[in-house]
Design a protein around this ligand. Structure first.
Ligand SMILES: Cc1cc2nc3c(=O)[nH]c(=O)nc-3n(C[C@H](O)[C@H](O)[C@H](O)COP(=O)(O)OP(=O)(O)OC[C@H]3O[C@@H](n4cnc5c(N)ncnc54)[C@H](O)[C@@H]3O)c2cc1C
Length: 383
């Protein structure tokens, strides 16, 4: 039995990768989140899983002030295919061009979201863009260790808890490992996702192919969820998409995300990326209709890599106070667990789950009108 309470386990999978007896595997619970499952017939009670767990020993990772930038790539096609400012692509392609390997998250409908290695710039498209689902990172930890030991340069990109997990799995610091994470409110449930997709498959009598979580065909601010079926493509505006609303209103996230210890830069990554929504309230010059990332440089290693891409990006330095003004997820906050539990209780026990999703994402006529009016104003301002 694991000593970590279920509402603290982040599902980073460090215990799975660390177990010398292969006694632990990740299994999805009834809410659609991965938790470690211990096969007691294989477990020798060596305790390594708990020793390596990044949550059982709460750490204060943050030591210094950070350098923070608002930035975006000068390459428009990369910008349009990235979640915010395309900074991940610029960092990753630099590492690959110097012979390194980049680990990031891809998506396919069978395996969901998962980490893969990429060593060719043309394959970076497979790991660009946010997938709003939890990836099972632990599967690649042993391979990363092997490659680091061989002296290869590795860039690992994942959630803050996954980066903390990887570092605890590796135990020692590797000079050839660089890590990127992102400002993270939390990861949404894969069960809610699958249920939602199934609803549209039935409605269209079609088969789901893939999803793009941030289609910027109109603009970044007004991005769409693009859901592709064999014969049809569905676009959902971010302000009206049930999947996005459940996530943004904190209904469909993993339990541990409601009181996360890794917020406000408190993770061991070298660089943290995020969305710089409303950057024009902080600095009008750096605004770009197609997306702006915030880039938080947290270590010398991070600064060294970031300096190598300066010719490819536009940037301006900002203060942490400015970032906090416009990025609520960056702050250290607790979300309302009760409303989340109410949602999942109803969702799991219902025979008509889509009606529960609709119930929790319904707008009043007045709210709908206000959002549509705001969108029209933005369109007129060409935002
Ligand atoms: C689940 C999730 C929640 C997020 N929440 C916020 C938030 O609340 N506020 C905020 O400012 N930013 C958030 N972000 C970050 C934001 O969406 C962008 O990823 C970030 O701004 C970097 O964008 P980019 O254009 O530089 O690079 P992109 O090309 O968009 O790079 C995305 C990077 O994230 C990795 N990634 C994608 N999906 C996952 C996943 N499921 N798990 C782990 N790694 C993944 C990719 O491999 C890639 O390295 C979140 C991202 C995710 C995945």
């Amino acid at each position: 039995m694991c000593n970590l309470p279920e509402d603290k386990c982040t599902g980073c999978g460090t215990c799975v990768a660390s177990c010398p007896f292969k006694a632990i595997s990740m299994k999805e619970d009834n809410e659609g989140f991965l938790y470690p499952y211990i096969d007691t017939s294989k477990c020798k009670k060596c305790g390594l899983c708990e020793k390596r767990c990044p949550v059982l020993k709460v750490k204060k990772y943050r030591k210094n002030d950070f350098s923070i930038y608002a930035a975006y790539t000068k390459n428009k096609s990369i910008l349009l295919n990235s979640s915010s400012g395309g900074i991940f692509y610029e960092l990753a392609s630099n590492v690959i061009s110097l012979g390194g390997i980049v680990y990031g998250v891809t998506y396919d409908k069978i395996k969901g979201a998962y980490h893969i290695p990429v060593d060719k710039i043309e394959n970076l498209k497979n790991i660009m863009g946010s997938k709003y689902l939890q990836a099972n990172a632990s599967l690649v930890f042993p391979k990363i260790k092997e490659e680091l030991t061989q002296g290869k340069t590795i860039l690992f990109s994942g959630s803050p808890c996954q980066v903390a997990g990887l570092k605890d799995y590796l135990v020692k610091d590797y000079e050839n490992l660089i890590t990127i994470d992102f400002i993270c409110t939390g990861v949404p449930s894969s069960k809610v996702f699958k249920e939602y997709i199934r609803y549209w498959e039935n409605k269209y009598n079609d088969t789901f192919k893939t999803i793009d979580y941030r289609n910027k065909q109109d603009s970044w601010y007004n991005y769409k969820l693009k859901i592709e079926f064999e014969h049809k493509t569905r676009y959902e505006n971010r302000f009206f998409s049930p999947l996005i609303l459940l996530q943004y209103n904190h209904f469909s996230l993993r339990r541990s995300c409601y009181n996360c210890n890794f917020r406000k830069g408190n993770s061991p990554s070298d660089i943290e990326l995020g969305d710089f929504w409303n950057v024009d309230l902080v600095n009008k010059e750096i605004y770009n209709k197609n997306g702006v990332s915030c880039v938080i440089i947290k270590s010398d290693k991070g600064a060294k890599l970031f300096n190598k891409i300066l010719n490819n990006i536009k940037l301006t330095q900002v203060s942490e106070k400015d970032l906090l003004k416009v990025n609520k997820s960056y702050d250290n906050f607790c979300m309302d667990k009760e409303k989340r539990d109410n949602f999942f209780n109803e969702f799991i026990n219902s025979t008509d789950r889509i009606s529960i999703i609709k119930k929790y994402t319904n707008y009043s006529f007045k709210q709908k009108f206000r959002i549509k009016k705001n969108l029209l104003v933005l369109k007129l301002k060409n935002k």
